[in-house]
Write a protein of this length. Structure first.
Lengths: 158, 158
DNA sequence: ATTGCTGCAAAACGTTTGCACCTAT
DNA sequence: ATAGGTGCAAACGTTTTGCAGCAAT
């Protein structure tokens, strides 16, 4: 177990519920927290398999949900109909700009929004939970962008 | 054809490309623009089928993309891994609050954000295309909410 | 006549589920 | 001993694709 502090958070969370403390869950946690950037559940499964882990796809998917519940991860949706996860552990608040040409994801601090979401919830009579703010844009010079993806894989984003 | 002005927009758009002007495309356009609120591509297909249309699923999916391209529709992603479409025709700019208990979608004007997205694109060296701003929240009193969904269908949203 | 569009069914994709076996409690 | 978790494969729901026939240009 590489992330001891996070492991303690997970352990406490599992104890609180009726959840069992299993090695597989910590294995998934380590892989998830070590991942740089945003990943899909299946990506992580493949990575773990390539590192000769024996966890199953089902366990990876279920454990990621647990990690979201205890705030070690968060979910993101960038419009490509798959769930992206991202470590929240030791990270500051930020939002995302997605390049529609090359698929690059640029993070920027959320300062511009600050307390707009919770304020709006109050006005509308809701309890704030979370928000997502994504900007979709294009490299100023896609041809010269080293990430340029001529297939336009992310064309469908919006 | 019910929406004559929109039909003209679509017609011009199709002519500009190498696209053909077919009755099916106008049929999908009418169904889409007449829909109140957000809909999935398959929802629309089923509705059209129930109204004894002969369009195929493939045509509905493809035509919706065309309608997005000519700005009659826009895509939304609320985190449930399916694409929601919404008419842009005669609608003002707004964002969405999604209730995680009952799934209700509340629209509110985008005034609070205004020009933040395009400003940020400039700073980061991108050409602004679009943005999405979703707030996830819960009814202050879910038990009394007439939309209350005890199954928590939208629990996975974030 | 040509090329793009249609409908259909099959495939693809990410994700969830059912179940027999296993293991933490 | 008994919930709850695991791995596997099958099922799921949404979306895309291949293809033969059709229709707009």
């Amino acid at each position: 177990m590489k992330n001891k502090k996070a492991a303690e958070i997970l352990r406490q969370f599992l104890k609180k519920g009726q959840n069992r403390i299993t090695p597989e869950r910590f294995e998934v946690m380590d892989a998830a927290l070590d991942y740089e950037g945003h990943f899909g559940a299946d990506d992580l499964y493949v990575i773990m398999k390539n590192n000769s882990s024996r966890v199953s796809r089902a366990t990876v998917y279920k454990t990621l949900e647990l990690l979201v519940q205890c705030n070690l991860l968060c979910k993101r949706n960038f419009g490509d109909n798959m769930t992206h996860y991202e470590s929240l552990y030791r990270k500051q608040n930020h939002d995302h700009l997605i390049c529609m040409d090359c698929g690059r994801i640029v993070e920027f601090p959320s300062t511009s929004l600050e307390n707009i979401p919770s304020q709006l919830c109050n006005e509308l009579g809701f309890d704030f939970s979370s928000y997502s703010f994504n900007i979709f844009a294009r490299c100023k010079n896609p041809k010269k962008c080293k990430y340029f993806n001529p297939k336009g894989k992310n064309e469908k984003l919006s």
